[in-house]
Design a protein around this ligand. Structure first.
Ligand SMILES: NC(=O)C1=CN([C@@H]2O[C@H](COP(=O)(O)OP(=O)(O)OC[C@H]3O[C@@H](n4cnc5c(N)ncnc54)[C@H](O)[C@@H]3O)[C@@H](O)[C@H]2O)C=CC1
Ligand SMILES: O=C(O)/C=C/C=C(\O)C(=O)O
Length: 486
């Protein structure tokens, strides 16, 4: 059976401890590969290699050379598209039809977009008078932050890891990546692409393992890491923030959400149903931007519930290779336990189960997989933990509202503030409501429509900082002002 090794200083290496853990295919419960678990020594070697590489050829390259290499990385992902696709779908169970349109193309785009952006972004300059009349010129330059610790999740493994690694490298940093223990394969494969593209040894490093008391914690505790970027649960973000405080290291955190969809009676119902289907069920509901609570204006509530139910019941659940499959399994049986516990809580709290609520019947060869039914509820009180907690499964609660003010209040009622989707053909209303929703990302009559130049991140407990476009460059560089007396 294949074993997945760390990628340190341009070489694939195993753990000195010999400790391995199972990488499981969530579509059938079978072990796909064995993964080396990094101890403190492997993490230390990776961080030191990354530190040294800052002073090596990488640190001396021209911008043209560096960004040229990143274009080759993107081309390398595209050249091995099918391999990345196969690996991502085996690790996550997601439909190939989804990963081939979103995950893998974005993996390549994340390198190209930021390579081009760093070449075109201006910095400031200010002329100033001086008492002797000769004046002075201030100008700012960007310099890499140093070694960036990248801790990435399992829901969009290649997409979210490269969303951080792409701009970090474009800005001249070096990285140590700790991919999720659930989905190590595409990050491991990226090492080969980096090597072939001419990325110098030590610039891109990967250590595998778990979070607390394992590779994740060893990385955040390492004093030579200059900054951390993390996507995942809010509680984990707090732990990483505490670790980063030691040594005053910078952080960028994209954390949990419990995003509201708002559907007004003046919406285009077809568009609202299609969009809500995606925002509730895409990637088996494992998208931080998803809408697990949707508020619908009372006059169209019954119609909306009926149409969403019909659409959800029309979805085909199946494995990655099934070209007809709309939805795969959850990432693991452990995660299914969490999701099913909320399915039970919903019933205990008095929900009407409109559809789903359990585990689907699957053929014998898939019976060991983490399958779960797409689920719609109505009738829960807003205090239920089903409404207040991020479940991260294919489920949505629908609740009626009567006024615009009430809808806004409901949307803003939780301590999260990542995203929201507003459905209304009255563009004046849509602007008015969008301006009042406490979230970092608002979609009007769409969902997950991504322009990589835009600020991306959450407010309240959904994160700190923004990535995307120039905001990524802000995080991954230090600005230095040079004042020249003329
Ligand atoms: N994109 C998102 O917003 C994601 C949200 N989640 C949420 O988190 C819940 C739990 O899923 P998990 O995989 O357990 O998320 P998590 O936040 O614990 O894991 C994400 C990453 O952080 C690492 N990690 C965990 N603890 C760490 C620590 N103490 N120090 C350093 N790194 C650490 C993990 O190994 C993984 O690479 C999900 O049910 C979902 O609600 C999970 C994954 C992605
Ligand atoms: O498009 C992106 O950059 C990110 C999308 C999704 C997430 O960040 C997530 O689910 O965590």
């Amino acid at each position: 059976m294949k074993d997945i090794k760390h990628y340190i200083n341009g070489q694939y290496v195993g753990s000195a401890s010999g400790k391995l853990f199972d990488n499981v295919n969530p579509a059938n419960g079978k072990v796909i590969s064995k993964v080396h678990e990094a101890g403190r020594d492997e993490v230390d070697a990776a961080v030191k290699a990354a530190k040294a590489a800052l002073r090596g050829p990488w640190g001396k390259m021209t911008l043209e050379e560096r960004t040229g290499i990143l274009h080759k990385v993107a081309d390398g992902i595209n050249a091995r598209f099918d391999e990345f696709l196969e690996a991502e779908c085996l690790d996550t169970g997601k439909p190939k039809s989804l990963a081939s349109h979103i995950d893998i193309p974005r993996g390549a785009a994340n390198f190209k977009v930021f390579a081009d952006m760093i070449k075109n972004v201006p910095t400031e300059s200010f002329e100033m008078p001086t008492p002797d009349g000769t004046g002075a010129l201030n100008y700012a330059v960007r310099r890499p932050k140093g070694v960036i610790g990248v801790i990435s999740p399992w829901n969009l493994p290649l997409l979210l890891m490269t969303w951080k690694v792409g701009p970090a490298l474009a800005c001249g940093n070096t990285v140590v990546v700790k991919p999720s223990e659930e989905t190590p394969t595409t990050t491991a494969l990226l090492g080969e692409v980096m090597k072939d593209a001419g990325v110098p040894d030590g610039v891109f490093n990967v250590v595998h393992g778990f979070g607390g008391d394992s590779a994740g914690a060893f990385l955040t505790e390492h004093p030579l890491v200059d900054g951390f970027t993390f996507t995942g649960e809010t509680g984990t973000g707090e732990v990483i923030m505490k670790a980063a405080a030691k040594g005053i290291r910078d952080i960028s955190l994209e954390l949990g959400g419990k995003n509201a969809g708002l559907v007004f009676a003046d919406c285009d119902m077809d568009k609202a149903i299609e969009g809500t289907m995606r925002s509730a069920f895409a990637n088996c509901g494992q998208v931080c931007l998803g809408t697990e609570r949707v508020y619908v204006e009372r006059s169209i509530f019954d119609e909306f519930v009926g149409r969403l139910k019909e659409a959800a019941e029309g979805m085909k659940i199946g494995p990655p290779d099934d070209a007809e499959a709309d939805m795969g399994p959850l990432v693991s049986l452990k995660h299914r336990e969490k999701v099913l516990s909320y399915y039970q809580k919903a019933v205990d709290d008095g929900a009407t189960v409109v559809t789903g609520g359990g585990v689907p019947d699957m053929p014998a060869e898939l019976a060991g997989g983490a399958w779960v039914q797409p689920t719609i509820w109505t009738g829960l009180p807003e205090s239920s933990t089903v409404i207040t907690d991020e479940i991260f499964g294919p489920c949505v609660h629908l609740c009626p509202f009567d006024t615009e003010e009430e809808a806004i209040e409901l949307a803003n009622s939780l301590p999260y503030g990542l995203a929201s989707a507003i459905w209304s053909e009255n563009i004046t209303r849509a602007h008015r409501v969008a301006g009042q929703i406490e979230a970092g990302i608002i979609w009007v009559n769409s969902w997950f429509l991504r322009d990589l130049r835009t600020p991306f991140g959450g407010s309240k407990q959904s994160g700190i900082g923004r990535e995307g476009g120039v905001h990524s460059l802000e995080f991954y560089t230090e600005m230095k002002n040079i004042c020249v007396k003329l």
